[in-house]
Design a binder for this molecule. Sequence first.
Ligand SMILES: [Zn+2]
Length: 121
Amino acid sequence: MSTHFCDSAVVTCIDFRFQNYIDEWIKANLKGKSFDRISVAGSSKDLDFILSQIAISVRLHEIKKVVIIHHEDCGAYGNESTEKRHSDDLQLTKTKIMAKHSHLSIDLYYLLLDGTFKKIS
Ligand SMILES: [Zn+2]
């Protein structure tokens, strides 16, 4: 049995250029809430791995929300790092997570190099 819980899981790329933006966004938007941070090159690009991490976060910490952040100019995507591709992959990730964990609320973002968070719906 788990004895410690948190509100959310935040899925991000490892890219150092975006970490300050992400930290500031978390401070402003998750206001003091606890979260598991899942940081992998390409964010949710390796979908099976991300699904396994979300499952652990659900099981151990009973999270209620998942935030997935992809970003502009992602090296893990190389030449395929277009907004359309990231948007498609984000939506697929949401669909796959919802299929297993329908109680979760899931927010998707595409983060630009200038720090702008674009909500993907
Ligand atoms: Zn990246």
